[in-house]
Design a protein around this ligand. Structure first.
Ligand SMILES: Cc1cc2nc3c(=O)[nH]c(=O)nc-3n(C[C@H](O)[C@H](O)[C@H](O)COP(=O)(O)OP(=O)(O)OC[C@H]3O[C@@H](n4cnc5c(N)ncnc54)[C@H](O)[C@@H]3O)c2cc1C
Length: 285
């Protein structure tokens, strides 16, 4: 279908983009890679009056080493996240999970900022930034601010970004020594969208898991941390049966959706099985 009519501004600077968005009010929308927004426009599920194109803002593209953390510009395409050596070295969970997003064509146009702002609970990256304890950097009419990933995802396809605010980047704390990771995802062969996904991190010392962090994809209207499984894994022996016992708690306090691809109980089962696999791989057993 052909999208409804809209005005179009290609921003030459971040401040110009913020101004245009603020002037456009609630009927204005940012467009980055267009991989999620264009299908919505064509299906007339979204009909903004104004699109503010930020795709030429090169300051928002690329990866910076800030010492204890990496800053990844919001416009960095998935394909660059997958191949970036700093991301591979310091937060390889993000490279691993991003490599599972869609296909090469989508990965070359779609951006990390677009994925997070779109806030699709079936998207792979929201659960990953949650597990990595990342922070989002934002510019808006009121200036710059930072939002913890845990506070970004408000509801299905809804974030806590305010009117006129643009996500500028993602700050990811570097993983120190002893951390392992794994993104496990169950999806149909024809489509890479997760029926359920699990992003797990484990820090191992003296044969035990000292700390675990687990983010779940598509187990609710927002990505969630599997806190009960994290607590059960902390202090457990780093062996498969102990980690399977911890993973049995993975679906607690989740509200998985029912759709053509699976009933809630099926998703709960997948979350437990995938968490056991992901934790074992992250702990290196
Ligand atoms: C065929 C196909 C398969 C896919 N498979 C997967 C998959 O397996 N896993 C997965 O995770 N994703 C998948 N995706 C989605 C893909 O990851 C998109 O790239 C991503 O969701 C959106 O990024 P974008 O840059 O294209 O954003 P856009 O489509 O440009 O924007 C998406 C939304 O975010 C807003 N937005 C964008 N950038 C910003 C910003 N910097 N600040 C504020 N708001 C912003 C827009 O206003 C819009 O509401 C798939 C997409 C397609 C088309």
């Amino acid at each position: 279908m052909i999208p409804a009519q809209f005005d179009y501004v290609r921003a030459g600077s971040l401040d110009e983009a913020v101004r245009a968005l603020a002037e456009g009010g609630e009927d204005a929308k940012v467009i980055a890679g267009g991989q999620s927004l264009l299908p919505l426009l064509r299906l007339r599920l979204a009909y903004p009056d104004l699109l503010v194109d930020i795709s030429r803002l090169n300051d928002l593209r690329g990866v910076r080493d800030d010492g204890a953390s990496l800053w990844i510009g919001a416009l960095t395409p998935h394909a660059e996240v997958v191949t970036d050596p700093l991301i591979a070295e310091h937060c390889g969970l993000l490279s691993e999970a991003t490599a599972t997003v869609a296909d090469p064509a989508v990965r070359h146009r779609g951006t990390i900022g677009g994925s997070l702002s779109h806030a699709d609970p079936a998207g792979d990256l929201p659960a990953v930034v949650l597990a990595l304890d990342a922070t989002l950097t934002v510019r808006g009419p009121g200036g710059d601010r930072e939002i913890a990933a845990a506070d970004l995802f408000a509801d299905y396809l809804t974030t806590s970004l305010g009117d006129g605010e643009i996500l500028t980047g993602v700050r990811v704390p570097k993983l120190g020594p002893g951390w392992g990771y794994r993104y496990e995802k169950f999806h149909r062969t024809a489509q890479s969208w997760a029926i359920v996904g699990v992003a797990a991190l484990a820090r191992r010392t003296n044969g035990q898991v000292a700390e675990a962090r687990i983010g779940l994809t598509n187990m609710g209207s927002v990505p969630v941390r599997a806190r009960a499984a994290e607590e059960a894994a902390a202090g457990a022996e780093a062996d498969r049966s102990a980690l399977r016992a911890a993973a049995a708690h993975a679906d607690e306090e989740t509200q998985p959706p029912a759709d053509l691809h699976g009933a809630p109980d099926y998703r709960r089962h997948l979350a437990r099985v995938l968490t056991a696999r992901a934790l074992a791989a992250a702990a290196g057993v």
